[in-house]
Write a protein that binds this ligand. Structure first.
Ligand code: M6R
Length: 611
């Protein structure tokens, strides 16, 4: 969480930074601040979003060629002006921005308080910069050396940038466990939590690795690690279009991303799948395919929506590959001493590639000798770098906090992985393999057809926007879709929603059903269709209000449900990619009608980089 951005060069630093912070607001938006060297080392910060800081800064003299900014998702201390970043050191000669958590900050604070330091905020970050300055003064060393020495003593995760009044051409950055990218322009340097604030100016970047420190001083970049070993910067080119970071005429990023799905699913398959030549290739898998084919068990670790994608994948791997598969919340996996045997393969799924719980689960599985595959969207993020092999989903930047196109791309990739493994292993017939490839190629146009029902879904949302509870039910492949539909609704509209396997309803949730309870059934024509029809009747008998996602042409369910949304028929393994789309739209419209901030829902952040 938290977005950090810094700049030194010939432009107005405040303009680059404010623009960059807006791009990073998906990471947190509790408070915002910037620091500039303009006369002195000046910090300007405010509770609230970047727009509130902008209003506060209006009319001020912000002339400076160096600066840094921060958008916060609160961990230590409530969101207010004092706890906002940047934070000053004791003498106000230094300032810091920080993403992460310093776990031993309480003992450092105690030690510094004993030495006479006073603190203005409750944050671990303010302690961090006081600690750096304390070392700087005591050791009489260079500032980057003081930062390095401090880093050898702190415990926890960080991406930091430090600025000083005495060195107005210098930025020092370091990372451990939280992402940091350096942008290298002509006569200018950028630092940011991801590449989105940078690509407008340069596509040459260096992804800082854990325990590395970057020093930009008078137009020169040097990198060393915390052990003081000099390193050669590895400059890479990022491939990202600026327009992917704009709303492109849509009211919200979420809506844009929902509508991008036919394209993002296609992008995900591009160059990888071709039914005409019966070809399905994932370059990232090649080296480890044998491990997967021979796996005794697959363990999937992920969080949130990515976990739901994992639940769908469990069905793929068991049905097509006949490999026992378990899906774990990454946050639980690491706290129960999991048994990992030789022959187990772990798949980590993450849009951001930065989720702290998923990273920690990977670390644990690795320490027990497992082979780890990553399925990630953000290129160059931490998870692809910590896993043995993997596949990018290529969905493009997902800015809305609610995950939509990343989910359908994850399902597409996971399905491709399962088909490759099954084909290599011989657990799928040639004919079935070919049929699946053909059907996958039709998915983008089928999703397009679902999107055409946007107006109808808008009307349904109108009908239910004021309710307090929702139930989502599905079976088989559509059960994880029910969970995902419920998550989408609660996270952006703040309506309480639960997802259940439809048959579980009678074991408890049925008690909730009365004439005010809307129940969304994902009831497409698949192997459990008849059973789901019975579940619909059970809800009807108790006067529940039924909204059903059904297969085009179904004549039975429309006679029972109050509202139906038709989706095109497809293979049941691929149905989640199609059937989730109306649920994304339903939650989007309800949230907008309720006046919620769809792209930045309260208390949430796009990438959860703290435990
Ligand atoms: O970046 P990741 O996929 O690892 O993120 C996992 C969850 O934090 C994420 O899916 C979250 O649940 C979304 N807000 C759901 O829309």
């Amino acid at each position: 969480m938290c977005g950090i951005v810094a700049y030194v060069g010939y432009r107005q630093a405040s303009e680059v930074i404010i623009k960059g912070l807006k791009r990073l607001e998906y990471r947190g938006y509790d408070s915002t601040g910037i620091a500039l060297v303009n006369g002195g080392l000046n910090v300007y910060k405010k509770k609230g979003k970047v727009s509130e800081l902008e209003t506060y800064l209006k009319g001020m003299d912000l002339n400076s060629h160096i600066g840094m900014g921060h958008t916060r998702w609160a961990t230590h201390g409530e969101p207010n002006d004092e706890n906002a970043h940047p934070h000053y050191s004791a003498t106000r000669n230094l300032a810091i921005i920080h993403n992460g958590i310093i776990e031993n900050y309480a003992s450092l604070r105690k030690e510094l308080t004993r030495k006479g330091h006073t603190f203005l905020s409750e944050t671990d970050t303010e302690v961090f910069i006081h600690f750096i300055e304390d070392i700087y003064e005591k050791e009489k060393c260079s500032l980057d050396e003081a930062v390095r020495l401090a880093l050898t003593k702190v415990v926890g995760a960080y991406a930091i940038v430090v600025m000083s009044f005495e060195n107005p051409n210098m930025l020092i950055a370091a990372r451990k466990g939280s992402p940091l990218v350096l942008g290298i322009g002509k006569g200018e340097f950028f630092m940011a939590s991801d590449a989105t604030p940078i690509i407008e100016y340069t596509n040459e970047v260096v992804y800082l690795n854990d325990q590395e420190i970057a020093l930009v001083d008078n137009g020169k970049l040097t990198i060393k690690n915390v052990a003081n070993l000099p390193l050669t910067p590895y400059i890479q080119t990022v491939d990202m279009e600026l327009e992917a970071l704009e709303k492109g005429g849509y009211d919200h990023f979420m809506l844009k991303e929902i509508f991008e799905q036919p394209r993002s699913i296609l992008d995900c398959m591009r160059g990888r799948l071709d039914s005409a030549s019966n070809r399905l290739i994932l370059g990232g898998l090649r080296e480890y395919i044998k491990k997967l084919v021979n796996a005794d068990r697959i363990m999937i670790v992920a969080c949130g929506t990515s976990w739901h994608a994992g639940l769908v994948a469990e069905y793929f791997f068991e049905e097509f590959c006949r490999i026992p598969t378990e899906v774990e919340y990454a946050s639980e996996f690491r706290y129960r001493n999991p048994i990992i045997r030789e022959g187990d393969v772990v798949i980590a799924i993450s849009q951001s590639g930065e989720t702290a719980d998923t990273l920690a689960a990977i670390e644990l599985a690795k320490s027990k000798g497992a082979i780890i595959f990553g399925v990630c969207n953000v290129v160059g993020s931490s998870i692809p770098r910590f896993t043995h092999a993997g596949t990018y989903t290529h969905a493009g930047p997902e800015i809305g906090v609610a995950s939509t196109k990343a989910f359908t791309a994850q399902l597409t990739v996971l399905n491709m992985i399962a088909l490759i493994v099954a084909h290599t292993k011989g657990t799928i017939t040639e004919q079935k393999f070919h049929e699946m490839l053909v059907e996958m190629e039709h998915i983008p146009s089928k999703v397009e057809r679902v999107l055409k029902q946007n107006d109808k879904i808008h009307l349904i949302a109108e009908e239910f926007k004021d309710v307090h509870n929702f139930l989502y039910l599905g079976r088989g492949y559509n059960f994880p879709v029910a969970l995902e539909g419920a998550l989408k609704l609660k996270e952006i509209s703040y309506i309480h929603a639960e997802g259940y396997p439809a048959a579980e309803m009678k074991h408890g949730p049925i008690a909730l059903i009365d004439n005010e309870m809307p129940v969304v059934f994902i009831a497409t024509k698949d192997s459990s269709y008849e059973k789901v029809v019975s579940n619909i009747q059970e809800v009807k008998a108790r006067k529940g209000r039924v909204i059903a996602v059904i297969t085009e042409g179904d004549k039975l369910i429309p006679s029972m449900a109050e509202f139906v949304i038709e989706v095109p028929a497809t293979h049941e393994a691929l149905m989640p990619i199609v059937s989730v789309v109306p649920l994304q739209l339903l939650s989007y419209h309800m949230a907008v009608m309720r006046g919620c901030n769809v792209d930045q829902p309260r208390n949430l952040a796009k990438s959860v980089t703290v435990e």
